[in-house]
Design a protein around this ligand. Structure first.
Ligand code: ADP
Length: 638
């Protein structure tokens, strides 16, 4: 029979599995059992909603059988099963391979010749069976079909699918366990004690019974008697089917029964995270709606978090029956990083996706969860700042988007979760901390924009602010300034960019001094503006420069940083900042310009051009004609 080939990524994945050096090969059992449980979920859900299966909740099970002689380990379920097409499409391709992140990760790990990360990062599902098996067979019959099929593969060279027989709907995954090697004792996966151990360790919470045939020995009396006339006994073997797992899902258990560590272990396995979450939230609500929830706040963003591939949502159960893998309505967008489970008997099993959106119970739950998540984040920020900073670096951007979304509707809820880098303290701080440290005389919350903290800290425009002993927030992400604009103010103090033309730092005396100077230099300033042919909307004497000769600032609603951002996104009409060229009257360059203006206009024009280009460079903006700029500078070095 012709062998069919695996899809390219699946083949690579299989290769990786077969030659795996992964030390936790035992996880294959968890993966296979988890698939069986999913298949049971599907049929169980159907049984309860459509009533057409003839089965009820208690009929579903997983059975594990080991045949040591033949070295066969079988995991069976009476779940939904697979049709021939499903067999091909589900087992011929890795389910998660749809995302490009996954393909990249395979390439990455292959290049490093390490399988550890990929297994940890993605979980590998069905293919992990190949870590311990030389051949894997899947005998399956889809619910509602009278045909069964057998899928068989020994690895990367392909697989076959043939028609077969199976009494009822369900699936058997039959693994031919590899021969032992000096390093690996694969035979242990056929030992009852070891299988029991693994089921307890990884699959105890599966909500269907995981059964095994266990050999039991009874002591029975024989007809013979001993010297004292007592009946002799003998040991008699019998086989008893035993349910190995406790079947109580982890979120249904009390805090006394399950430690946070166990919840974390569950999270890592269930959600394929290689890092512990920063927070586990456990809720047992007895109010208007009765439900249990277990939520996790991850420490790192999944690779696709900031793409449209990422789907938010919590698993939704109705009394232990899975209704939905990702129920979006349970989480607001700005908390879309939260993962976990909600289980409530008050949510109807039969509810459709459309109706769910309007479900009153669900709204009550969602409302409470949002409140709790917010509270827990605030607590984390106050009590475990290091953890919070880690969280912030992964998901801070999401919270900032939350502030910007829906016309700023959620800003009050999110404002105290924000962190920005303090220039003074060189670490992220809250707006509250910044505000509390502001001296009496400071009118505004100052911020500086830059691609990096280093650049933001050292921008020339900030010299006066720093001189006054005022702290500055460093805005290093493109959304930061938009967030400040959206917030407008924090506790009555407005945000002000150090790039703005007027920082209102000077005293009244200083102010009138500069105004007088400006009047005196009016002719020169006009000349500078004219020379620049409309590139700037105003030329002023700077109120904030000290060591630098020039800088650019802006007036009006669009800042220079915003203009840079608008330039990066497609669109016809890009908003432009209204540019102001500031000249430092105390700088020798200004003196030189003044002299040239009086004696040699051509030379003065050159100075203006150079100074303007320098201002552009300092602001991180492109200069229009770099060749001409180099020429101008060159002409001075003679
Ligand atoms: P995942 O479980 O993440 O989807 P797997 O590689 O483990 O990825 O499984 C691929 C697919 O094969 C599953 O999504 C499911 O559709 C199907 N499958 C696996 N095991 C079973 C089973 N026991 N019963 C029915 N379908 C199964």
């Amino acid at each position: 029979m012709a062998k069919k080939q695996f899809k390219a990524e699946s083949k690579k994945m299989l290769d990786l599995m077969i030659h795996s050096v992964y030390t936790h090969k035992e996880i294959f059992l968890r993966e296979i059992i988890s698939n069986a449980s999913d298949a049971l979920d599907k049929l169980c859900y159907r049984s309860l909603t459509e009533n057409d299966t003839g089965l009820s909740r208690g009929d579903f099970f997983i059975k594990i059988t080991a045949d040591k002689e033949k070295r066969l380990l079988t995991v069976s379920d009476n779940g939904i099963g697979m049709t021939q097409e499903e067999l091909e499409s589900n087992l011929g391709v890795i389910a998660r391979s749809g995302s490009s992140g996954f393909k990249d990760a395979i390439e990455e790990e292959k290049a490093k010749e390490s399988d550890i990360n990929i297994i940890g990062r993605f979980g590998v599902g069905f293919y992990s069976a190949f870590m311990v098996s030389e051949e894997v067979s899947v005998l399956t019959r889809a619910f509602g079909s009278d045909k069964a099929y057998l899928w068989q593969s020994r690895g990367a060279d392909g697989y076959t699918v043939t028609e077969a027989q199976r009494g009822e709907a369900g699936t058997d995954v039959i693994m031919k366990i590899k021969a032992d090697t000096p390093d690996e004792k694969y035979g242990e996966f056929l030992e009852t004690y070891r299988l029991r151990q693994l089921i307890k360790k990884y699959s105890d919470y599966i909500r269907y019974p995981i059964k095994m045939d266990i050999e039991k020995y009874d002591t029975v009396e024989t007809d013979e008697t001993d010297e004292d006339g007592k009946k002799k006994t003998k040991s008699e073997k019998r086989i008893e089917e035993e349910t190995i797992n406790s079947m109580v899902p982890i979120w249904q258990r009390t805090k006394a029964e399950v430690s946070d560590e166990e919840c974390i272990a569950y999270y890592r396995e269930k959600f394929y995270d290689h890092e512990d979450p920063v927070k586990v939230i456990r809720i047992s609500a007895e109010g208007k709606v009765v439900y249990k929830a277990m939520l996790f706040i991850p420490a790192v963003a999944p690779y696709d978090f900031y793409t449209k591939d990422f789907q938010k949502g919590l698993q939704l159960y109705s009394n232990g029956v899975l209704i939905m893998e990702k129920c979006e309505d349970l989480l607001p967008d700005y908390f879309r990083f939260v993962r976990g489970v909600v289980d409530s008997a008050d949510i109807s099993l039969n509810i459709s996706r459309e109706l769910l959106q309007h479900d009153r119970q669900l709204k009550v739950i969602a409302g409470y969860l949002e409140k709790r998540i917010k509270e827990e984040l605030v607590k984390l920020k106050d009590n475990e700042p290091e953890k919070y900073e880690k969280f912030w670096s992964a998901f801070g951007r999401q919270l900032k988007y939350g502030i910007l979304s829906d016309f700023g509707m959620h800003k009050d809820k999110l404002i105290d979760l924000l962190l920005f880098h303090s220039c003074e303290l060189d670490k992220p701080i809250t707006l509250k901390a910044y505000r509390d440290a502001m001296p009496e005389s400071q009118k505004y919350i100052y911020y500086a924009c830059g691609e990096t903290v280093k650049r933001a800290v050292s921008i020339p425009q900030a010299e006066q602010v720093k001189d006054k002993g005022f702290d500055m927030l460093c805005f290093v992400n493109e959304e930061d300034e938009f967030v400040a604009r959206m917030l407008g103010a924090f506790e009555e103090k407005e945000f002000r960019s150090v790039n703005e033309a007027d920082l209102e730092l000077e005293s009244d005396d200083e102010k009138s001094g500069i105004e007088q100077q400006e009047k005196d230099s009016a002719e020169l300033l006009d000349f500078v503006k004219e020379t620049l042919h409309g590139a700037v909307s105003a030329v002023k004497l700077s109120r904030k420069l000290k060591t630098y000769a020039v800088c650019l600032s802006s007036e009006g609603p669009v800042s220079l940083e915003m203009e840079k951002y608008f330039n990066t996104i497609p669109g016809e009409e890009k908003p432009k900042a209204s540019r102001v060229l500031e000249l430092n009257a105390a700088h020798p360059n200004f003196e030189a310009l003044k002299n040239a203006f009086a004696a040699d206009r051509e030379r003065a024009e050159k100075y203006v051009e150079i100074l303007y280009n320098q201002a552009l460079l300092i602001a991180g903006l492109p200069i229009e004609d770099p060749g001409r700029y180099a020429e101008l500078i060159g002409s001075l070095i003679q």
